[in-house]
Design a protein around this ligand. Structure first.
Ligand SMILES: *[C@@H]1O[C@H](CO)[C@@H](O)[C@H](O)[C@H]1NC(C)=O
Ligand SMILES: *[C@@H]1O[C@H](CO)[C@@H](O)[C@H](O)[C@H]1NC(C)=O
Ligand SMILES: *[C@@H]1O[C@H](CO)[C@@H](O)[C@H](O)[C@H]1NC(C)=O
Ligand SMILES: *[C@@H]1O[C@H](CO)[C@@H](O)[C@H](O)[C@H]1NC(C)=O
Ligand SMILES: *[C@@H]1O[C@H](CO)[C@@H](O)[C@H](O)[C@H]1NC(C)=O
Ligand SMILES: *[C@@H]1O[C@H](CO)[C@@H](O)[C@H](O)[C@H]1NC(C)=O
Length: 764
């Protein structure tokens, strides 16, 4: 109990800390699904479901997709078109299907979900599917999926389940796989398809080798001759009742040269070792549950190869929390060559110094029985692997990140930046650049609307696209779209290492070696420094004139595309529009009632990274006298303080709707109406007097007219009230059944209302 309380208090404290970092993770620009500016291409077919297992050809022109009951190859070489090239239909055998339908909880699981799809060699693919709980594998030529091939039983190599996670890597035509292998969810790490005299290997059955693992990912480290596997499992290093089910994230290794021991550990891994991955900053909350991890190779110095993992905490107050940590291969090697823990016969962990440094090395399969007997029980490293720099690369209290891709690219000034692509559980892709100052989320793009149980993400650096596989289809997202930034300021403020401003052609364009001298400032987004020409010539938007009646409520919309910009409304003399009598909406709109005091020119100014620009400029005026109108207009309005700003008020033709749709925010309807246009929506709440005053000359007499109409209305209302009371009492007397009373009442209300409106109309 004390333990749980401690953790809870701790969590509260840490969440508070993380909150302050939250602003830095807010995406600068957001593109909803279907946005034309940030076009996605989609492969979707009504006959192909669960397109979740993805494999990209080395030239990135073909995407292989493992779906339910089929393997597809898609032509992704066209920039805005994904087409089906080839398809292997692969349904479960009838026997399996019948058996499955009896035993399975849901008939939906009784399909052949393709869960492994890998290149066996340069010409052939290895695929395996769940086959209605009877996993099968197949080897097929990549360029003709339909070619007839034998299907093989794949019991120890391929997942049973359509949803449990698994991972597989093929090295030299041998398959290293980590998966659940039976109906009861047994878990194995094995080598299948072993060549020549080499043994197929599995993990020994010693306790604690694996404890309810969830396999996340695996990768071949050729410089070490090892496969690294990443997974989570239940930890048991704590005696406390509460933390018994504490999840730990792991990196494990097996060597590709392993062939199992001679007498001890026959046909078992002799090179298996595991270590803990800790995604934690100092002593703060640990993000202990690994969700996805990817490798960023460093060919020049392999030890600097980095593994970027996205983690979530096991316990959190709000469900949406995640963090990204990077681990270096060098640190992982240090952990595996250091001290170990032995799980002895007394069911206790004890320390093993690894004095001869054999543990964690490859080649032990050829060693003596006594060494292998030690290996058998000594597989957990004493020291955990901590993130590079002992810190989180980013964390978010709002978003539950579940998949990621990573890329290092060269910016216009030649400096290299790391970009993360993070898929949120809610279906958005966030693009984040890691800067010295911290992460900056350049944009978010909505990929799918429904949360997905199974989804995968792969990046093609050469084609600069991301593919997302989900049950809704395969979606291709270009990593950048510089043309969405219309001017130099926007292009520089985006701080997108892909995009720079080409001042010669006046476009925001993709950075490449053939286009030097692009204006870009990824670190600071300093517009004044980068866009001197632009700033000298930019005039800002033209002032739009709005005409409105006295007492109208006007709404001036102002939307900055950037969600990081601070938006303020200002008068033409640059003073800030006050809180009262104005209403500043959260979405940037300014709302106020038109009075002689509020007739003015308003500018919506956004400020971001020290750069100010006017987004809209609106001059709110009262209607001007139409010349043809015969009314004398010599009198001054009587409630005028600033006569320059207020035009004299004259009746205007009833049908003249003062509408202006030249808003920069397209698609959003602005409501600008006179009092007579009653069907124009909620933004206009006219004073009821307006309609009455239309036909009366507004000058000194206007109050009289208002009073008369007010009295008239009051009398009508009073009559209606009395009438409804009488009716209500009448109906009470007639009908005592309460169930029927309510609808009747509301019906009569409606009748009165329409009658009221009818009566009002002629008076205007
Ligand atoms: C397969 O796709 C369907 C919708 O097409 C979805 O309801 C189901 O959850 C998916 N199953 C898996 C295992 O992804
Ligand atoms: C997509 O590609 C096919 C075949 O290459 C072509 O017929 C079709 O017109 C293309 N569609 C679009 C929208 O480009
Ligand atoms: C790839 O493997 C397949 C199946 O084992 C084999 O038929 C083919 O010759 C191999 N191709 C190459 C280039 O080694
Ligand atoms: C295994 O050890 C023997 C001698 O102990 C040696 O001859 C042989 O080459 C070793 N095999 C491997 C694969 O290292
Ligand atoms: C801004 O919010 C106000 C009130 O919440 C709403 O009336 C208005 O339509 C919104 N404007 C835009 C452009 O979303
Ligand atoms: C932008 O650069 C200019 C000139 O180098 C400098 O004076 C200014 O302080 C910078 N602005 C910001 C916000 O860093």
């Amino acid at each position: 109990m004390a333990g749980s309380l401690r953790i809870w208090i701790f969590t509260v404290f840490v969440v508070g800390l993380i909150d302050s970092l939250e602003a830095s993770m807010r995406p600068r620009v957001s593109f909803p699904q279907g946005s034309l500016e940030r076009g996605l291409s989609v492969y979707h077919s009504s006959t192909v479901k669960n397109t979740t297992t993805l494999l990209l050809s080395s030239d990135a022109n073909t995407l292989f997709v493992g779906a339910r009951d089929s393997v597809l190859s898609l032509d992704v070489s066209q920039p805005d078109n994904i087409t089906l090239k080839d398809k292997l239909q692969w349904t479960p055998s009838k026997d399996n299907l019948d058996k499955c339908k009896i035993t399975s909880k849901t008939v939906c699981d009784c399909g052949n979900f393709i869960r492994i799809l890998q290149f066996l060699n340069s010409t052939h693919l290895y695929a395996c599917g769940t086959n209605a709980y009877g996993p099968q594998s197949i080897i097929i030529p990549a360029d003709s999926l339909k070619a007839r091939r034998d299907k093989k039983d794949a019991k120890n190599c391929c997942p049973y389940s359509s949803t449990q996670r698994n991972t597989a890597t093929i090295v030299d035509e041998e398959l290293y796989t980590a998966t659940n292998i039976g109906y009861f969810g047994d878990k194995v790490i094995s080598r299948c398809l072993s060549k020549g005299k080499r043994n197929n290997l599995v993990l020994d059955s010693e306790p604690k080798l694996l404890n309810a693992p969830v396999f996340i990912s695996s990768t071949h480290i050729s410089s070490e001759g090892k496969i690294l596997l990443f997974f989570t499992e239940l930890g048991d290093l704590f005696g406390d009742l509460f933390v018994k089910s504490f999840t730990v994230s792991r990196v494990a290794q097996v060597c590709t040269d392993d062939n199992g021991g001679h007498r001890v550990l026959q046909k078992r891994w002799t090179s298996f070792a595991k270590s803990q991955l800790v995604c934690q900053q100092g002593d703060e909350l640990q993000f202990n549950v690994l969700q996805d991890i990817v490798t960023l190779l460093d060919d020049d110095s392999p030890d600097n190869t980095l593994f970027y993992g996205v983690f979530t905490p096991q316990w959190s107050l709000s469900s949406g929390q995640s963090a990204v940590c990077a681990f270096s291969l060098g640190d992982i090697k240090v952990a595996f060559s250091g001290q170990y823990k032995t799980f002895d016969n007394l069911n206790c962990w004890s320390r093993h110094s690894n004095g001869d440094g054999k543990l964690g090395k490859c080649g032990l399969f050829n060693d003596t029985d006594s060494v292998l007997n030690t290996v058998k029980k000594t597989f957990l490293t004493e020291h955990a692997v901590r993130p590079v720099g002992n810190k989180l690369l980013l964390s978010s209290t709002k978003e539950l990140y579940s998949r990621l891709a990573v890329q290092r690219i060269r910016a216009a000034n030649g400096q290299k930046y790391t970009l993360l692509y993070l898929l949120t559980e809610s279906g958005f892709l966030h693009k984040v650049v890691l800067l010295d100052k911290g992460p900056h989320t350049i944009e978010e793009i909505q990929i799918f609307k429904q949360p997905q149980i199974v989804k995968n993400l792969i990046l093609s650096s050469s084609k600069s696209v991301i593919f997302v596989g989900s049950s809704e289809g395969v979606i291709r997202v270009p990593v950048s779209s510089c043309s969405v930034y219309p001017n130099c300021a926007e292009c520089v403020l985006a701080r997108d290492p892909f995009c720079g401003w080409d001042s010669e052609n006046g476009v925001c364009t993709t950075v490449s070696s053939t286009r030097p001298n692009l204006q870009q400032d990824v670190e600071d987004g300093n517009v004044t420094e980068q866009c001197t020409e632009f700033i000298n010539t930019a005039a800002g938007p033209a002032t739009v004139t709005r005409t409105a009646q006295l007492n109208d409520i006007v709404v001036l919309p102002c939307q900055s595309r950037s969600r990081l910009a601070e938006v303020t409304w200002r008068f033409s003399d640059n003073s800030v529009v006050s809180q009262f009598p104005y209403m500043h909406q959260a979405n940037g709109s300014l709302t106020f009632r038109v009075t002689p005091d509020t007739v003015s020119t308003y500018r919506c100014v956004s400020e971001e990274l020290g750069f100010r620009q006017t987004i809209v400029s609106v001059s709110v005026t009262l209607p001007v006298t139409p010349r043809s109108f015969p009314y004398p207009s010599q009198q001054h309005p009587d409630i005028t303080r600033d006569s320059n700003k207020v035009t004299e008020m004259e009746p205007i033709p009833k049908d003249e709707i003062l509408f202006d749709e030249t808003e920069p925010t397209e698609g959003k309807k602005t409501a600008w109406t006179t009092g007579t246009d009653s069907g124009s929506g909620i933004q206009t709440r006219n004073n009821p007097m307006n309609s009455a005053e239309k036909d009366v000359c507004i000058s000194k007499k206007s109050y009289y007219a208002e009073m008369v109409s007010f009295c008239l209305l009051f009398v009508i209302c009073l009559c209606l009230f009395i009438a409804s009371v009488v009716l209500w009492r009448h109906s009470m007397r007639c009908n005592r059944t309460t169930s029927e009373k309510k609808p009747k009442d509301s019906e009569t209300d409606n009748i009165w209302q329409t009658e009221l409106e009818d009566k009002q109309t002629p008076s205007s």
